[in-house]
Write a protein that binds this ligand. Structure first.
Ligand SMILES: Cc1ncc(COP(=O)(O)O)c(C=O)c1O
Length: 989
């Protein structure tokens, strides 16, 4: 174990000679926390405080402070943490996974693994809200959209969604709002759909009162009555590949819309949903090079026919142009994800799985349409060989028409058990579909030997393939397919040059480097985004995620094979419970939004269980994040907004008035703590008391937990439930917009309503440890959501220990307060709490300056790019402001570099105020400045090239040039283009 001697000398040494409070312990914490003790002393001096303890005492209300230190084991060193992770990994058993059910083995091209998934240039990037510094990842995501739209045969695809089951739920909601006339009609789910999809959809539909019926459409046809939508799956859960065209046209004649959940790889061979008449296609892109990861993170997709694009949930990349008229990418429709519409939103998706969408798109770029088709043919060939062998052994197949999955119906359950056992003995996992049905799914990693081994497990005689091993039939097979000829795909796809140009590894490596170089990520600069906590994602934390013992486990593998995973998850949940002061944590939700939804569902269920069905109002402060209101609506609650007082706190009088206005109807309040205004509200206990007295539950949005860890616990100061964002406070990288993990933490009385881990049959397979005690609806496809990235947060907690975590929080406060103080003469901080201090972030108010100069907060964001910075959070939670959150990981040199840039920007604004320059002529309005502009032969600006591109000497040597000038967002929305433009569009004229 690491000793916890201090490397810090600031702050008072206590009487007993112990280390000063909040000092940085030696070991990993001193690598994670940026400021040295000398730097911290300098920062404290600027704030007029003698010690961190004094600052913390002044900033954090005594009424919420926790009385005891965090109860966590002693911190591990980096080497010890890796060894402990290896211990967990060793307890998992890596098998050949032929379970399928939406999760397939895949070969992640090493060039993508190393240069995307393991490359901080990609994984430390933020969501591309600032498009000028995000052109690389926007291009990658546009490739994803183009690939998905082509494969599904539909017009527009988004990038991306969280998982297949929740994507189907999103599609149902979309059909309901787009099909207004039939909105009250039934949604029919074909029975041949994955069990996890059924379960997640059932929970979502119940919450908002949608009538969903599961019907065996193949035998029963469409039911009578008004239909809003129909959901099919291709290939079905049984593996069956079915011609849906007649059913789809019948559904459409009856005014219903149609969604098809489709396997992308199969669509290289099979007629795509769009060509069969579907309106929407959804699914997972996991098998495009993304490891199984014990269930996630994987990017789901949604594609729609033209006319539905404005209804899409998630993010949509579009093409616009920059100030020089060159094509440039941006998030389309004013970066409008649905959640920004708050209670009017129809989806709460914010963080999705962007990094995984990038990996999948690069898999498409690497293989191209021919490569993907070859992989699909090989997969299909092996499935055909398997089916032939099974038939030769007189086995009964559930469907004779299939792509990659063959299911066998047996007479006795003992026989099924025997076969599963025999396969397992040979190192292969098959799927136990039900008592007497066994499923076998073939994937890219399947070999002829695997096929032979499966056949042996079935005891099939090999006469069928005598002379040639069963599997090798795949390589020499003729052109026939095991699905109807009428379903063979004839249309071209992925015709854009990008899917044809990159074939050698050299090209791929350089393409990935080129795109990464266009972007600003945390590996180059501080990303001071308020509410986003862009802190260090340490290499040791990242190390374990691609180990095969973690990455190669199927989410529905037998429990004993995932013993290490479950032990790690249990330990992580216990640690998060200790940090938050709640009774239990579920790490299932795969984003903050899903944690919110799961938490609100738990509250809703709790009220129902107590006969309080009328409690349907969720109070939400005006300053809340958009996902809060949209999650409340999706959980079946109505939103009542609570006003914000002058000082940014919740207006107590309004809170009282609202609770009085809705007697017996208050279900919950959702508050963020510290508030999105970046201050600790001293009255939070009183807020909780009022709501509890009104019979409501208190939901504390834990997105700002970075200001609380070790100092205060939401479970202790009044919260009943919180979600945390592991991709903020607990070091999972943002990945350009996901992966995310949004655990939901609850007090004792809500434990029974945590999301069930018995999803997708995991209960029967045993992966769910406590399925009985967790009775809430599952919110994702798999028991543990984005399990694959959990070792990151586990390692962070283990290496920081109680002291390191608490010290990190104190340093997060120090950084934010230091910035607020140093900039106070230039940009006032909008809200402060006790002692004029902020929490871990500060809102810089530019509104007065905008009035005087016409220069907007957005101009400042763009200008900061010229200084080499990613912008702070723009216009959230208050328009005309910038919210700055440095985090504890930034050292004083970097923080001072930011302050210098902001002061220089302020001077540029002053030039406009003083009339030296018109706003329209200032470098602020022309920002950012790409190399092509400043090096151009023409220069007619009112300021020098030097001023434009090198406004401070620090950028003379290490200059980041954005690839484009300011992007015209409105043009992109008026002329919506959401797939790759032709290369000629980029010719520089
Ligand atoms: C205060 C707050 N709540 C909730 C969320 C939603 O989290 P996610 O993006 O993981 O869905 C965010 C995300 O930025 C946030 O800042």
């Amino acid at each position: 174990m690491t000793s916890s001697t201090s490397s810090s000398t600031f702050g008072p040494t206590t009487d007993d000679g112990a280390q000063p409070a909040f000092s940085v312990p030696a070991g990993f914490a001193s690598r994670h926390i940026g400021p040295t003790s000398e730097a911290a002393a300098t920062m404290l001096a600027a704030l007029g405080h003698d010690s961190l303890a004094e600052l913390v005492d002044a900033a954090v209300p005594g009424s919420i402070r926790q009385s005891a230190p965090l109860d966590l084991p002693a911190a591990l060193s980096e080497a010890e943490a890796l060894e402990a992770l290896r211990g967990y990994a060793r307890r998992n058993t890596v098998m050949t996974q032929m379970i399928g059910q939406g999760f397939s083995g895949t070969h992640t091209p090493q060039v993508i693994l190393r240069n995307v998934l393991e490359n901080p240039g990609w994984y430390t990037a933020y969501t591309p809200y600032q498009p000028e510094i995000s052109q690389g990842r926007l291009e990658a995501l546009l490739n994803f959209q183009t690939m998905v739209a082509d494969l599904t045969g539909l017009d527009i695809a988004n990038a991306s969604l969280l998982d297949e089951a929740s994507a189907v739920a999103e599609a149902i909601l979309l059909m309901r709002r787009a099909n207004k006339k039939k909105a009250q009609g039934t949604v029919v789910l074909d029975a041949d759909i994955f069990p996890q999809t059924r379960q997640v959809v059932a929970g979502r539909a119940k919450a908002v009162g949608i009538d969903v019926q599961i019907v065996d459409l193949a035998t029963e046809g469409l039911p009578e009555g008004e239909l809003c939508g129909v959901v099919l799956q291709q290939p079905g859960d049984s593996g069956a590949v079915v011609d849906h065209s007649a059913l789809i046209s019948e559904a459409k004649e009856r005014g219903a819309m149609v969604t098809v959940a489709a396997d992308l790889l199969s669509l290289t061979l099979i007629t795509p949903p769009g060509e069969q008449g579907a309106d929407i296609a959804v699914g997972s892109s996991q098998r495009f090079g993304v490891p199984l990861f014990f269930g996630g993170p994987h990017a789901a997709y949604m594609a729609v026919r033209s006319g539905l694009q404005r209804q899409l949930p998630g993010r949509l990349v579009g093409v616009s142009h920059d100030a020089e008229g060159r094509p440039a990418y941006r998030l389309a429709l004013q970066t409008r994800e649905q959640h920004i519409r708050r209670e009017k939103a129809t989806s709460n998706i914010c963080t999705a799985q962007a990094l995984l969408a990038v990996a999948a798109s690069m898999y498409g770029v690497y293989h191209g349409p021919e490569g993907l088709t070859r992989i699909a043919e090989r997969v299909h060939g092996h499935a055909c060989a398997l089916a032939a062998g099974l038939k030769a052994g007189r086995r009964r197949l559930v469907s004779e028409s299939f792509f990659d999955t063959v299911q066998v119906r047996l007479d006795l359950d003992a026989e099924a058990e025997h076969i599963l056992f025999a396969a397992e003995e040979g190192g292969i996992n098959l799927r136990r579909v039900d008592e007497t049905t066994v499923g076998i799914s073939v994937d890219e990693t399947t070999t002829a030997e695997h096929v032979d081994a499966v056949l042996r497990a079935f005891g099939a005689p090999f006469e069928a393939s005598e002379g040639t091993p069963a599997g090798s039939a795949a390589d020499s097979r003729d052109d026939r397919t095991a699905f109807p000829e009428s379903l063979r795909r004839t249309s071209e796809f992925m015709t854009h040059p990008i899917f044809h140009e990159v074939r050698s590894e050299t090209q791929m490596m350089r393409y990935l480097r080129k795109l990464a170089d266009r972007d600003l990520a945390l590996d180059r600069t501080m990303i001071p985004l308020g509410s986003c906590t862009m802190k260090l994602n340490a290499a040791t934390e990242m190390e374990a995620i691609s180990w095969p013992e973690f990455a190669g486990i199927h989410p529905y593998a037998p429990a004993e094979q995932a013993a290490g995973w479950r032990a790690l998850i249990e330990d992580l949940e216990a640690k998060l419970t200790a940090v938050t002061g709640y009774a239990a944590v579920s790490i299932q939700p795969n984003a903050g939004s899903q944690g919110e939804y799961a938490g609100l569902l738990a509250i809703h269920q709790y009220h129902l269980a107590h006969g309080d069905a009328d409690r349907d109002i969720c109070l939400i402060p005006a300053s809340a994040h958009g996902t809060n209101a949209s999650s409340a609506v999706l959980a079946g609650l109505q939103v009542a907004v609570v006003a914000t007082a002058e000082d940014g706190t919740i207006e107590m009088a309004d809170l009282q008035a609202k609770t009085a206005q809705y007697p017996d109807r208050i279900a919950a309040i959702m508050l963020t703590y510290p508030s999105t205004h970046g201050v600790y509200e001293a009255e939070v206990r009183e807020v909780c008391r009022i709501v509890h007295e009104a019979g409501g539950q208190v939901y504390v949005d834990g997105a700002n937990l970075n200001a609380l860890v070790g100092l205060a616990q939401p479970g202790e100061f009044g919260g009943d439930v919180s979600h945390l964002n592991l991709h903020k406070t607990f070091c999972i990288p943002h990945g350009g917009g996901g992966p995310g993990v949004g655990p939901v933490a609850v007090a004792e009385h809500l434990k029974p309503f945590l999301p069930s881990t018995a999803v997708g049959g995991a209960g029967e397979n045993g992966a769910g440890t406590d399925a009985v005690s967790r009775g809430g609806a599952p919110v994702t496809s798999t028991p543990y959501g984005s399990a694959g990235v959990l070792p990151i947060s586990w390692a962070y907690l283990a290496m920081m220990g109680a002291e390191g975590l608490t010290s990190a929080t104190a340093h997060a406060l120090l950084g934010a307060n230091y910035i607020a103080r140093r900039l106070s003469g230039h940009f006032p901080t909008l809200y402060t709490g006790e002692g004029g201090l902020v929490a871990h972030e500060c809102i810089l108010d530019l509104r007065e300056l905008t009035k005087l100069s016409g220069i907007t907060a957005e101009d400042v964001c763009k200008r900061l790019i010229d200084y080499g910075f990613h912008a702070p959070t723009l216009a959230f939670p208050v328009n005309g402001t910038l919210m700055v959150e440095p985090t504890e990981s930034e050292d004083l040199v970097e923080i001072d570099r930011f302050i210098e840039a902001m002061i220089a920007v302020r001077a540029e604004i002053q030039q406009v105020i003083d009339g030296e320059l018109e706003a329209a002529d200032s470098p602020l309005r022309h920002a950012p400045h790409p190399a092509a502009v400043v090096a151009s032969d023409e220069w007619d600006r009112a300021y020098s090239r030097q001023q434009g591109a090198f406004p401070v000497s620090g950028v003379l040597q290490d200059k980041y040039f954005p690839p484009v000038s300011r992007i015209d967002g409105a043009h992109g929305d008026r002329n919506l283009v959401c797939s790759c433009p032709p290369p000629e569009a980029f010719e520089i004229r």
